[in-house]
Ligand binder design. Structure first.
Ligand SMILES: [Zn+2]
Length: 159
């Protein structure tokens, strides 16, 4: 049995076959895979695509966009999120991330986890699907923003 390591942990139980996932999730993963083609990553050569579905059913996609001044780069997940939010959509119901790793899956970086957790409202977690851009059938890590970032920072403003 192949072991999948997620952040140092064995997490095989959360890996599913693409074909067994709901068609709306498959569509979201395909959208992330497509967005990956637009990645601008001349420095890392590590292309990432992301897609976020909002509660109205719309899909917003993003890719990583690097910069010669490395700190100015932005990840695929935040690109997708800022596109949606800037168009008035922030009720995220699912997220997909696609990137190529030899083993395991690419999950959002710490900054993106915090960024997405901002939009987990009323305890309504955002399911997150991480996949590789290999030919179908592929396997998908099924997790969530709060699983990836338990106890993230929240701004209580003294309340
Ligand atoms: Zn990130």
């Amino acid at each position: 049995m192949t072991q999948v390591f997620i952040n140092g942990a064995r997490d095989e139980t959360n890996v599913r076959e693409f074909d067994t996932l709901d068609s709306s999730i498959q569509e979201l993963i395909r959208a992330a895979n497509e967005a990956r083609n637009n990645a601008y990553c001349p420095y890392s050569n590590f292309a990432v695509g992301a897609a976020l579905r909002t509660s109205d059913g719309a899909i917003y996609t993003g890719c990583n966009i690097e910069n010669g001044a490395y700190a100015a780069s932005i990840c695929a997940e935040r690109t997708a999120a800022v596109k949606a939010i800037s168009e008035g959509k922030r009720d995220f119901v699912a997220c997909a991330v696609v990137a190529q790793q030899d083993t395991g899956f690419t999950t959002p970086c710490g900054v993106c986890r915090q960024f997405l957790a901002e939009f987990v409202t009323a305890g309504k977690d955002i399911p997150l699907y991480a996949a590789r851009p290999s030919n179908l059938p592929l396997r998908v890590l099924c997790t969530s923003v709060l699983q990836l970032l338990p106890n993230g920072f929240t701004f209580h403003n003294g309340k």
